[in-house]
Design a protein around this ligand. Structure first.
Ligand SMILES: [Zn+2]
Length: 277
């Protein structure tokens, strides 16, 4: 079975905590810095290169516009380029027309940088519903990887009834796939990302991966540049756990996961081709 260590490419202050936006705007005097992801992203790319692992990078359109050469660099290293939306906002709260238009542009833009239109999408904040999925299919994507099939965690996750394995959704001929993120089988506790490594420890995430692989399920985990960003400012009003252990600790933990699991590691598009489609 296979493992995908995916990366959501965005600034450190995206995807933080409800209410953090205001604090961050004030900290930066209403002029948010661009490109804070470059240094941590390079560290992630070097780590993947050391481990000879290719993966999927869900790239925020805004970040791609700020550093287009970064997208080319990721692609040239053999990784899959996918979309993380144009702007980092809750897609279930904007009009579908607006979303489709922005996503069409974003898909074209990313496609121009690499010569290949992205197949995959991950929603900012993992906020997704069936209407957004229909729109993604219309725009031309072939899969989404935003569903965390966990117990309900209000404000964050909760698709308790969703399958743990990639599954077909929508009406596209050949299929549009949902590729859910790792949770503990049975208990359905979320376990797929850097936050869980930083707060619950490497063993917690490794246990979930082991159980999923043992069940013969493709396993999708994710990391954000924030997780390996050592210069993240500690701001009053933002809970400690959101930025806890960011930096070297998480990078090493990710590398340990890749070394420790003797399974195939690949981008999601390859995984779908090999195990699902
Ligand atoms: Zn994000």
């Amino acid at each position: 079975m296979a493992l995908s260590l995916t990366v959501d490419v965005e600034e450190w202050y995206h995807d933080l905590w409800p209410g953090a936006d205001k604090i961050i705007m004030e900290y930066y005097h209403h002029k948010l810095p661009q490109g804070t992801f470059v240094e941590p992203l390079r560290a992630i790319l070097q780590m993947l290169e050391r481990q000879r692992v290719r993966s999927t990078f869900f790239i925020l359109g805004e970040s791609a516009e700020a550093c287009p050469e970064m997208v080319e660099e990721i692609y040239d290293k053999g990784h899959e380029i996918a979309s993380h939306g144009f702007r980092h906002r809750d897609f279930t709260k904007i009009s579908l027309d607006e979303m489709e238009e922005a996503e069409k542009r974003n898909r074209d833009f990313l496609g121009k940088l690499t010569g290949e239109k992205p197949q995959g999408f991950r929603a900012p904040l993992f906020k997704i519903n069936s209407d957004v999925i229909d729109s993604l299919e219309k725009v031309g994507y072939e899969y989404d990887s935003s569903v965390v099939p966990s117990i309900s965690i209000p404000g964050w996750f909760g698709y308790f009834n969703a399958p743990l394995h990639p599954y077909r959704v929508g009406g596209k001929e050949g299929g549009f796939f949902e590729v859910p993120v790792a949770v503990f089988p049975y208990l359905r506790l979320p376990a797929g990302g850097g936050w869980f490594i930083r707060n619950f420890g490497l063993r917690y995430v490794e246990m979930a991966i082991r159980l999923l692989l043992r069940k013969g399920l493709p396993t999708i985990v994710y990391v954000h540049p924030l997780d390996v960003y050592s210069d993240v400012p500690r701001l009053e009003g933002i809970p400690f756990h959101t930025t806890r252990r960011c930096g070297e600790y998480t990078l090493k933990a990710m590398e340990h996961i890749l070394e420790n699991f003797d399974c195939k590691k690949m981008p999601i598009q390859d995984l779908l081709r090999e195990y699902v489609a």
